[in-house]
Ligand binder design. Structure first.
Ligand SMILES: [Zn+2]
Length: 177
């Protein structure tokens, strides 16, 4: 059985504030007893905070295999889901699909500079790359993300709480290794 993850990405965090915001969320989760302040192992080369006594309270069910925990990513990252594999990008203003846009080039610019935009083919607005939504929750572009490992389905109200603590808009992607 593979390892499942759900990623909560903060699409408003800048490169400069990602580290401090990540630390703020860890402090909140440790205070709430959801994770422990210790990191005993790694997933994909990233240290993972161990589950705390209330970890099971924020998930609807827990995957059988693998190790539970939470990793914090504070680099510009294209977070990928693997559950919906053929969804299109959708304009947040007019809900048009933008399948033919030059995504790899825009992602490259975003990686290099921290900012990139793509025009919507229907309403013509320039839309910052992280603000596009993806059918099937395929991608999220963000400088800050939280990977929840093997708690296969974090409760929606727990996910929403990240947005409140961060004061930012969030996107989620989910997948399985
Ligand atoms: Zn549009």
């Amino acid at each position: 059985m593979g390892d499942c993850f759900q990623t909560i990405a903060d699409i408003d965090a800048t490169a400069e504030e990602a580290g401090a915001l990540g630390a703020r969320v860890v402090t909140w989760l440790v205070t709430e007893g959801i994770v422990r302040a210790e990191r005993r192992y790694e997933m994909l080369g990233r240290p993972v905070y161990s589950p705390g006594p209330r970890w099971d309270d924020v998930t609807e069910w827990t995957n059988e295999g693998g190790c539970d925990g939470l990793a914090v990513i504070t680099d510009p990252t294209v977070f990928r889901g693997s559950l919906g594999s053929d969804g299109s990008a959708v304009c947040p203003h007019c809900s048009a699909r933008a399948t033919a846009a030059p995504w790899p080039e825009a992602a490259e610019i975003w990686h290099r500079t921290g900012t990139a935009e793509l025009p919507c083919p229907v309403c013509d607005r320039m839309v910052p790359l992280p603000e596009w939504t993806w059918e099937g929750d395929r991608f999220a572009f963000a400088h800050l993300g939280f990977e929840i490992w093997n708690a296969a389905r974090p409760r929606p109200e727990f996910v929403a709480e990240f947005g409140r603590v961060l004061g930012h808009r969030i996107r989620t992607v989910a997948g399985k290794l």
